[in-house]
Design a protein around this ligand. Structure first.
Ligand SMILES: *[C@@H]1O[C@H](CO)[C@@H](O)[C@H](O)[C@H]1NC(C)=O
Ligand SMILES: *[C@@H]1O[C@H](CO)[C@@H](O)[C@H](O)[C@H]1NC(C)=O
Ligand SMILES: *[C@@H]1O[C@H](CO)[C@@H](O)[C@H](O)[C@H]1NC(C)=O
Ligand SMILES: *[C@@H]1O[C@H](CO)[C@@H](O)[C@H](O)[C@H]1NC(C)=O
Length: 431
């Protein structure tokens, strides 16, 4: 009986939200993003298929599109393959066509379907998979609370199977990258809002962070609008794809910014500037990544930063480094501030010396043991593809807004200064 009632209620809710939708156009949408403590991945959940099921996906800021395993347990009456040479295939810039799939047709196996290369950017494994579409539903927001659920009937995604290395329960990745079929692009075109989205990653294993699709306000308890007072810097295009596998001529779907120098405690760190620019082969430069737990620096940059940081904290006893970190301190000798351990600030200087991304203790230091704090940067080797990859720990509790139309990044710096965190979005619905 309780079951039946529950079912009827669900049916009512579903019917209600469908009926409401015809006249309702959302201003923005939200996805909750939890932090998986064992992999340090940021995991989101989206409802897909008919009947709807929650699908857990690792958030991939620079990822090209949404991909999910559709080879096992994929049941849906609304799945449709994208036929070769269709408008969907050209939007997705797919040039490959799987002419024939032996056997009975099912999601991931259809004749005459265009293919793309879903990329597990954690293990850097690309496979080949069909492009298809299915129903997706997502919560809208007024910027303060979740609102009505809205649906996108033909949301494009790719079938992928490379799940190794992804957090437990995850069946694919949610790509927010610079393409026409990434989640931000598809949502913006489905509801005709500005091509703007924002991420706010939580540092907490309990309270989820949030992705906003659409413009602000983005309000966090107690009533802080994180979309106000942002600092802006241009987004830079890398003309050469940084995906694990790609077709020649593809541009990168990653978001690059122009770091021009680094300061530690207001002092400029001597660096080889060539590494900070993107060369013709697409090497170098600075990108932001949600699948890299800690910022990765090319060896020469890494050594210079570690040295400068160690010098600036010469009065604090160092302890033997704990991998993957190379510089650790006895935390009992470090004070604490509103924005984390009291350590020198690290500035990523951008288009001019007055525009910088300031990293405070909460984002620079990692508590590895009770009395050990390490500088949370890791050595990326002498010839990495990208010289600086700003990782998850450095962006937690900072709001980053990507404005694709204006090609700029707006960043808030640490929300801890404003006495809030990314885990403070009020997910209690008022609809
Ligand atoms: C593809 O076409 C072949 C030949 O017509 C057919 O035997 C096969 O069952 C089809 N496969 C799918 C998945 O539709
Ligand atoms: C600076 O980096 C570039 C690119 O890796 C390298 O070719 C060059 O030799 C470096 N210059 C110095 C002085 O180390
Ligand atoms: C840190 O310093 C305290 C106080 O001097 C000491 O008791 C502790 O053993 C030190 N910890 C490490 C890891 O060196
Ligand atoms: C969160 O939102 C709900 C619904 O609007 C509201 O009732 C509640 O007071 C809010 N919580 C806080 C802490 O403001």
């Amino acid at each position: 009986m309780a079951h039946l009632l529950h079912y009827l209620l669900l049916l009512l809710i579903v019917t209600y939200s469908c009926a409401a939708q015809t006249s309702f156009r959302p201003k923005a949408l939200i996805l909750p993003v939890t932090k998986d403590s064992s992999t340090r991945q940021y995991v989101t959940r989206i409802n897909q298929r008919t009947p709807l099921v929650p699908v857990s996906l690792t958030l991939d800021l620079g990822g090209q599109f949404m991909w999910a395993n559709c080879y096992t347990n994929y049941i849906s009456s609304t799945y449709r393959p994208a036929r070769c040479r269709s408008a969907q295939c050209s939007l997705a810039k797919s040039t490959a066509c799987s002419v024939e799939c032996p056997g009975a047709p099912k999601p991931g196996c259809n004749n005459n379907t265009c293919a793309l290369m879903p990329d597990n950017t954690v293990t850097r494994t690309a496979t080949i998979g069909d492009l298809g579409s299915d129903l997706v539903t997502i919560q809208s927001t007024d910027g303060s609370n979740p609102g009505r659920v809205v649906s996108v009937p033909k949301f494009l995604f790719v079938c992928g199977s490379a799940l190794d290395g992804l957090a437990s329960g995850v069946v694919g990745m949610a790509g927010l990258g610079r393409t026409s079929i990434s989640l931000p692009s598809q949502f913006a075109s489905a509801f005709s809002f500005h091509r703007i989205f924002a991420i706010c990653l939580t540092s907490s294993s309990i309270s989820p962070g949030v992705v906003f699709f659409g413009d602000g306000p983005y309000r966090f308890l107690l009533n802080t609008d994180a979309s106000s007072n942002l600092i802006y810097t241009p987004l830079i295009k890398n003309p050469v794809s940084t995906a694990s596998a790609y077709t020649e001529g593809d541009a990168s779907s990653d978001y690059f910014i122009g770091v021009t120098s680094i300061r530690v405690g207001e002092k400029v760190v001597p660096l080889n500037k060539t590494l900070l620019t993107i060369n013709r082969e697409g090497y170098g430069g600075t990108k932001i990544s949600t699948v890299t737990p800690y910022t990765v620096l090319q060896t020469m940059i890494y050594k210079a930063v570690i040295k400068a940081f160690g010098n600036a904290l010469s009065g604090v006893p160092k302890v033997a480094p704990i991998a993957p970190f190379g510089l650790c301190f006895n935390s009992t000798s470090l004070g604490s501030t509103r924005v984390g351990p009291g350590v020198p600030q690290i500035d990523l200087v951008l288009q001019n010396s007055d525009v910088y991304w300031r990293i405070f203790g909460a984002n620079s230091m990692v508590q590895v043991r009770d009395d050990v704090l390490c500088l949370g940067f890791v050595d990326g080797g002498v010839d990495p593809r990208t010289s600086i990859v700003i990782g998850g720990h450095q962006i937690e509790d900072n709001l980053l807004q990507f404005d694709l139309a204006r090609s700029r990044l707006g960043f808030s710096s640490s929300l801890l200064f404003r006495q809030t965190t990314c885990g403070n979005f009020n997910f209690t619905s008022n609809a």
